[in-house]
Structures are given as C-alpha cells and as structure tokens.
Design a protein around this ligand. Sequence first.
Ligand code: NAP
Length: 289
Amino acid sequence: MAKVAFLGLGVMGYPMAGHLKTKGGHEVTVYNRTREKADRWVAAFGGAAASTPREAAQGQDMVFACVGNDDDLRQVVLGPDGAFAGMAKGSLFVDHTTASADVARELEKAGRELGIGFIDAPVSGGQAGAENGVLTVMCGGEADDYARAEPVIAAFARACRLMGPSGAGQLTKMVNQICIAGLVQGLSEGIHFAQAAGLDVEEVISVISKGAAQSWQMENRYKTMADGKFDFGFAVDWMRKDLSICLSEARRNGAQLPVTALVDQFYGEVQKIGGARWDTSSLIARLKR
Ligand code: NAP
C-alpha cells in the first residue's frame, strides 16, 4: 500500500483516483482546481482533499495527475503551489495527461534536479476504461521509476508497459491517435457510401465486420454513426488537441502524416458546425451536410 495524491478529477481522473483507493487500497489525497469535485470525491471514497497541488503532494510516495494539456500540467507541477514544491526527494510523479513528449522531457529534467522521478503515462480506453479500471497505459521514463509505479497503476489498468525513456509514453499515444484518425474517416466514408447506395447499413456491417475491414470503431460505433448520434465519449476538441501534438512532433521527426493532417482539418469543420463536444465518430456528420 502506498501514500499517493491524485491531481485532476475530471472524466478520467475521478474514477482513476477512486480505483487507487478501492481496488488498490492506497491512502489517497486528491486535489481538483474546482474544489467541489474534490469534496464530492472524498464523500464518495473517503481519503482527503487538499487546496493546492503542493499541499496534496506533501509526504506522498507518488503523485498522479490527469489534467488537460501541456500548460495545465505545468500549472499543477511547477511554481510555488505546484506538486514538485511539496514532493520529497525519492518520490515519483506519474502523469496520465495526454501531452507533448517535450513537456514530459522538460518535467522529467526538472524533477531529476530535485531528486523526484517522473513517468509520462498517457492512457487509452476512454471514460468507460477509466470507470471500469481497464485502461491501457503507455509509459516513458527510467526503468526503476517505472517498476515502482506499475503495481500502483495496476489499480486502474488492464495493460501497462514501459515504452522507452522520458517522452516515449506520449509518443506511443500519438501513434494511437494517428491510427484512430484515419480509421474513423475511412469508416465514416464507408457508412456514408452504403447509405448513398441504398444498402442496409446493419446488413453491410454484419458481413464486413467478419472480414478484413473489422475494427473496434466499426463494431462499437457504426450504429450511432449511421444514426447521427455523437454523444459517446472522447470529444472533438480533445482530439484536435491530440492531433496538433502529433503534427508538431511529426514536423520535428520528419514523419509524413498526410491523412492525419487532413482529418485534423475535417475535425476543424466539425467544430464549426457545432460539434466541438461531439465524440470523434462525428467525422461522418460533415459528409452528410
Ligand atoms: P476533463 O474531464 O476536462 O478534466 C480535466 C481535469 O483537469 C479537471 O479536473 C480540471 O479541473 C483539471 N484541470 C484542467 N486544467 C487545469 C489547470 N490549469 N490547473 C489545474 N487543474 C486543471 O478531461 P478528461 O476527459 O478527464 O481528460 C484528461 C486528460 O486525459 C486529457 O489530456 C485527455 O486528452 C486525456 N484522455 C481523455 C480521454 C477521455 O475519453 N476523456 C481518454 C484518453 C485520454 P476542473 O475540474 O477545475 O476543470
């Protein structure tokens, strides 16, 4: 059993912190920028709530975070009220935010200078994965830090793996998002074409999902996509944040991402037609305009 803090009780962080307490049996202190969520979490799970990341981090073996983007992460980690200011030498910071590889390396370096370990550990599996404690966690950092973090992460993960040095977890998550972007556009075009051709989409999918076109997106999203319902998780605004991270990393490493760049623009169009909070399968909506 470890003494841990969790910073950021959003859609993902709230249930993840809950699993650390209920499944992992760890002693958990939470911090959330909007205090009401932290109080609600303590009422549901027990544990304690702190007023700043620094206060939450004091005396902990490990500090977890799951906030929005690079700047949000810097805000909870650095500065006089940030977690690093409260963490002791030899403790470990585990970041589950989907952020850039650059910010992971920057914070790993800042932590190392203070004797604090830092693991970048973005997740895949969405809200349902967080609530059911079956996330996939992709990690970057030092092997001995990872070895300490992994048994604690196990409280909310089905799979967890060290992918390489600092930043490698974020780079792996970028691959995940690149694969999803093109795939969802392909599925959107397939369903759109089937409807234009007068085919029964249900029948089409029941046949082709047994073959080479099968995918998680096809099995889980075809019906709602065909019905124009987009209230099923990861929002377009978040996806654009992730794709912008992928595209700027590709500019640095020279990878060619023509389809990803195009799909990012398509998501921009979905935002313009009111779909900023729709889920990522809403790419089909812009084909139906
Ligand atoms: P969310 O529901 O919007 O929650 C964001 C959390 O971060 C909230 O607790 C928010 O506090 C906190 N926060 C944001 N900016 C902050 C700041 N500057 N200082 C302090 N706290 C701040 O988001 P989410 O869906 O949980 O996603 C969190 C991260 O996981 C994102 O990087 C996202 O890309 C990634 N992710 C999400 C999913 C998904 O399906 N949702 C799946 C995989 C990965 P307040 O309550 O005060 O706003």
